[in-house]
Design a protein around this ligand. Sequence first.
Ligand SMILES: [Zn+2]
Ligand SMILES: [Zn+2]
Length: 339
Amino acid sequence: MKTKAAFLKNPEKIEENPLKIIRLELPELKENEVLIKVNACGVCRTDLHVVEGELGKVNDIVPGHEVVGTIEKTGSEVKNQKIGNKVGVAWLYSSCGSCQYCLSGRENLCQNKQFTGFSKNGGYSEYIIADNRFIFNLPVGLKDEEIAPLLCSGAIGYRSFKLANASPGSNIALFGFGGSAHLTLQLAKRFGHKVIIISRDKNHLKLASELGADFTFSPKNGDVYENLKDKDIEAAIIFAPSAIPIMNALKIIKPGGRVVVAGIHVDGEIKIDYDLQLFHEKTLLSVESYTREDMLEYLRLATNLGIKPVYTDIKLEEINAALTDLKNSEVLGVKVIKF
Ligand SMILES: [Zn+2]
Ligand SMILES: [Zn+2]
């Protein structure tokens, strides 16, 4: 059986249109695998890093890890899924199940894990094969295109928000306002926080205000530290893939505050002045992916709290242009491939 897919032969700058639409032969299903007909796949910044080779060399891969589809066929050992079930596949394709991390509820840190759309073919494709132990049954009542971005952009924001561990009602700053941040803003507002959005893009700041941001600021309008140092910010989450906002966030958070870096890749070098940025029990930490438990919690919360992405749907053939727009900060909310 063949599938139409956007295929990466070798990583290249996105402006070179490295993703080619081809027909790809699908392998036979193994006993714990399922064949899924893809209905929607979100376009995430991690895909851009994969395509441009920033996560290391990768060849002959189909990116895409925010996949919503329906079960078309099941392997011999799959007992809990039926043909036609609506399921999601996300970045964590599988983990080893037996290391110290897997056994302590931290499978996101497993050193033998595989990734959808990076080490295994992903959802920029009409069909995808997934490991049944790492797929999610999805809520009904939401459109497939609305669920897809929750599976990475949303889930990473949720784990970042959890690790930020801000006290009830406190002020939180989000640096960068792309796919993940626009969902995390909605989450933080539902939890009763005051949210400050920092972005250089005025359209992004406008969307942030529409979604309930309490204060927005562009670094083009002045020094971040001077303008935000008195905002009583307890936690900051960094979505922009750059060292600069990390260094700024450490300066503006109050004593005991936390800075959580949500990105899988950061450009530039982080330099820390101990007195100004780390003393007074400030914490800097990163987030890696999510666990299956995080995902189930988040899907429940997103459904119950009415968290929905602002999205534009595109065709598979438009994927190079969509990733180029993402690189140039020209996407409002998220783009989702609709099949
Ligand atoms: Zn493991
Ligand atoms: Zn992602």
